[in-house]
Design a protein around this ligand. Structure first.
Ligand code: GDP
Length: 366
């Protein structure tokens, strides 16, 4: 599955957030309980109100959301790229995730020590990013020497790789993360960049952890983070980890009142999970039947056979076609039969690019 790594300096609220995340209704809502895959790793359901509408029309007995994984990656300190603290382990853990959720302390509290002695989330983000850039710089400098040598010896693969490596090197030397290259690359080059598996080419979502009173509207710190995120092409969300921890402990029937009292319309974690999903460039398609309405995750741009393969590899191998109904048509017309009558149930073939919200039924050979 797809994995988001939660990073940040010590004492910014990572564990509080992670613990709330794994206890939240979204994690529990699925019909199999929250499962810990390994320490500090949690698998959570992606909240999606569309499933309820589909399940009602399809008279499904159950709703099964699609899931993403969050990993709590502790251990970052200044000097991590030089192996300080748990630096090497920390960097290795980041290398294994698809996207980075970067928690920033945007709350004031004199009782909770800040490692740098002041609240400045933009500077904190820079501290963490610098460690990641230093690690990438060292890695690319090492690899580029070998690749240049091979390219000089007319090695075709090395010749193909070299331009992107040189471009990354220039960025990092200027103190800019590798992801700032993405906008100027074509699909092929993006793939090459991804294959370099650098830390700073992964997408980033900043999470501004604010005090309870600032949860609804944010504060000056979170506004500064939002501006920074905008400049970098990253995302940002405002959350109060303390509120989320409280919600995670409440009986479900009390959550609505509590949110209202806090001036919120939904748990921040729902927004965080959805933002994580968007960050990974994922889309959802649905299957529906009397047994269950179920959401499935694919990368944006996936074709119908690949999407079928998420359910079962046999579906991909034996793919014939996919009956496809757009979510809006399915709901507006009132289900499969009506959609067929209205000519809104399309028969799509191998080249069809799956759209977010498609309700799909695969025909395949076994
Ligand atoms: P981590 O080191 O980043 O994992 O941080 P923790 O989640 O362990 O939090 C560090 C301390 O800050 C704990 O005592 C938390 O209770 C506290 N804390 C976390 N979030 C908030 C918050 O939103 N407001 C306040 N006042 N304290 C918080």
């Amino acid at each position: 599955g797809f994995r988001c790594g939660i990073v940040g300096l010590p004492n910014v609220g990572k564990s509080t957030l992670f613990n709330a995340l794994t206890k939240t209704a979204a994690a529990q809502a699925a019909n199999y309980p929250f499962c810990t895959i390994e320490p500090n790793t949690g698998d959570v359901g992606v909240p999606d109100s569309r499933m309820k509408a589909i399940a009602q029309i399809g008279k499904s007995a159950q709703i099964i959301p699609t899931r993403i994984t969050f990993v709590d990656i502790a251990g970052l300190v200044r000097g991590a790229s030089k192996g300080e603290g748990l630096g090497n382990q920390f960097l290795a853990n980041i290398r294994e995730v698809d996207a980075i959720v970067h928690v920033l302390r945007c709350f004031e509290d004199d009782d909770i020590t800040h490692v740098e002695g002041r609240i400045d989330p933009v500077a904190d983000a820079d501290t963490v990013e610098t460690e990641l850039m230093l690690s990438d710089l060292e890695s690319i400098e090492r690899r580029i020497v070998a690749t240049r040598k091979k390219a000089g010896g007319k090695d075709k693969e090395a010749i193909a790789q070299l331009p992107i490596m040189e471009a990354v090197l220039v960025k990092l030397q200027k103190g800019e993360p590798a992801r700032t290259l993405l906008a100027s690359l074509d699909a092929d080059e993006r793939n090459q960049l991804r294959n370099l598996n650098l830390l700073t080419s992964k997408p980033v979502l900043y999470v501004c952890n604010v005090a309870e009173a600032d949860a609804a509207s944010g504060n000056a710190h979170s506004q500064a983070v939002a501006a920074m995120a905008e400049r970098q092409g990253a995302g940002s969300v405002v959350i109060s980890a303390a509120i989320e921890a409280e919600i995670a402990q409440l009986p479900e029937e009390e959550v609505g009142d509590y949110l209202e009292a806090m001036g919120l319309t939904e748990p921040g974690l729902d927004r965080l999970i959805r933002a994580g999903y968007a960050l990974l460039d994922l889309i959802t398609y649905f299957t529906v039947g009397p047994k269950e309405t179920r959401a499935w995750t694919v990368l944006r741009g996936s074709r119908a056979p690949q999407a079928a393969g998420v359910i079962h590899t046999d579906f991909e191998k034996g793919f014939i076609r996919a009956q496809t109904i757009a979510y809006d048509d399915f709901v507006r017309l009132g289900g499969e039969v009506a959609a067929k009558e209205a000519g809104k149930a399309r028969d799509e073939g191998k080249e069809y690019v799956v759209q977010d919200g498609d309700v799909m039924l695969f025909k395949f050979n076994v």
